[in-house]
Design a protein around this ligand. Sequence first.
Ligand code: GDD
Ligand code: MG
Length: 325
Amino acid sequence: MQALVLIGGFGTRLRPVTYDLPKQLIPIAGKPMLYHALDLLPREVDRAVFATGYKADVIAEYVRAHPHPRLAIRTVPEAEPLGTGGGMRNAGDGIGDPFVLLNSDVISDVNVTALLAFHRERQAYGTMYLHEVEDVRPYGVAALDARDRIERFVEKPEPADAPSRWINAGVHVWAESVLEQIPRGRPVSFEREIVPGILDRGVYGFRSHGYWEDAGTPERLLHAQRLLFDGGRGGASPLPSGASGTGPVAVGRGVSADGGSFGPYVTLSDGVSVRAGAHVENSVLLEGAVVGAGATVRNSIIGPNFEIPPGRHVLDAVLANARPP
Ligand code: GDD
Ligand code: MG
């Protein structure tokens, strides 16, 4: 079975880091959010097609350099961003029946084996994993009937127009023929333009009760990192030599942090340097970032090779050397 993985969007809410790097490659708890999303795919899924938009070449290069241990991956780039539906149509030829559709910014412990079993049992046309949230406004919202059939689906509703608190978790199973419903060669939002019109073919919702987060904003990305570490799915490692404090911390290769201290929930990518007296907590530091002596970094995402001067205090920030194009 194949999975179609949607990898696009400009990552506007994670700028300036995303001026250079697609958000899917930002590491969370030791590895890119994209590879955490792929971890959700069960053994039955052995191939993945990446529908890539923004920075497609950077994704393709990463995949070449870091082959997935289990999945054969094929990337299909878009000449221009086609949206979720347009990306599916562009990349979906030969995807097979049924296929798994996966958003690449979802951090969760949803059980896709159970989702597939549910989908087959109902002989559904499509089945969407649903997660319950308080604030549904940034998501797609589904209303279910007594048999879990989706009766109504509204993408990013006003609160008064939200039919429930159950949202599209970004993990679905679809019949291959759904692709024929999507016009080719122009941007299409699958959630806005296609899903509402195909509900009568038998689209079901499967409720998740585990943890879930869309890592598309700095706050949610750092929350996703805490969920991964707490759920034992983060790459927690011992503190770097000469460092003090508390984990969990994921430490890449060639990290130096002698005399530095760490609060919980930190990713230190390859080549990061944390100088004496500096403190880092609840943050992600990308390759080669430097935290100067005595500086502090809290609740922040620090881009590749960015240097925080000695003694500075960084709080709730996204910092990078990258510039708008
Ligand atoms: N190939 C391609 N091309 N992929 C795209 C494009 C595009 O133009 N635009 C977005 N994507 C990918 C993103 O990388 C992400 O994996 C997925 O499609 C959804 O896009 P987001 O931009 O992250 O959308 P969202 O988070 O606002 O809403 C979506 O996800 C929610 C759950 O996280 C919707 O599917 C909602 O219904 C859902 O609740
Ligand atoms: Mg998203």
